[in-house]
Design a protein around this ligand. Structure first.
Ligand code: VGL
Ligand code: ZN
Length: 199
């Protein structure tokens, strides 16, 4: 029997209102996410976890402002305000998130020179986080994704999960988007085209 896991993406203080890279209404998902955690067979969390001075921060690039882009060796990278710095309060899980049941916390974005939206691969699309191997070894093949932000970390995780052969549902009511320049519509279309179930 296929086993299912709930993957809760980046429900961290910095992505919620008042945080450094606040997603509008990000905290509104908490009651829904907590109910889904309570019902899930297996729960895995991701945590955006950058060293200070990370290359995805606009502050690391002279003359650049947040939400502009730069070209990195691995392609185009959007620049962000400093956020989710390892060990800081902003990098912690939101205090209302019921995370105690989580069986694994996967941290990402810790390599100074590469950003990592996806829970599976860094933004070069080739450096693995180890999550695919972990899920396969445990026989967890049906994944439901929730969290922040719909159009970045949730969407890239969903696309990589499908590419890795998992059955993937994104529970849209338990996600909120950054929506930069139409990114929510674009990533929603890409997820649909890739075979992600949007619930
Ligand atoms: C995220 C931008 C930068 C996310 C993380 O969790 O969607 N977005 N770092
Ligand atoms: Zn980040």
């Amino acid at each position: 029997m296929a086993q299912s896991a709930l993957i809760v993406i980046d429900v961290q203080t910095d992505f919620c209102p008042g945080g450094a890279l606040a997603v509008a209404d990000g905290n509104a998902i908490l009651p829904v996410v907590n109910r889904m955690i309570a019902k899930a067979d297996h729960v895995i969390l991701t945590q955006d976890w950058h060293p200070a001075g990370h290359s995805s921060f606009a502050s690391s690039h002279a003359g650049k402002a947040p939400f502009e882009t730069v070209t990195m060796p691995y392609g185009e990278q959007t620049l962000w305000p400093d956020h989710c710095i390892q060990g800081t309060p902003g990098a912690a899980f939101h205090p209302a998130l019921d995370w105690t049941k989580a069986e694994l916390v996967i941290r990402k974005g810790f390599r100074p020179a590469i950003d990592s939206y996806s829970a599976f691969y860094e933004n070069d699309h080739s450096t693995p986080t180890g999550l695919a191997g972990y899920l396969r070894e445990r026989g967890l093949s049906e994944l439901t994704l929730v969290g922040l932000a719909t159009d970045y970390c949730v969407a890239y995780s969903a696309l990589d999960a499908v590419r890795e052969g998992f059955a993937v549902t994104v529970a849209m009511e338990a996600c909120r988007a950054i929506d930069l320049g139409g990114s929510l519509a674009a990533m929603t279309d890409r997820m649909k085209a890739a075979g992600v179930t949007l619930a």
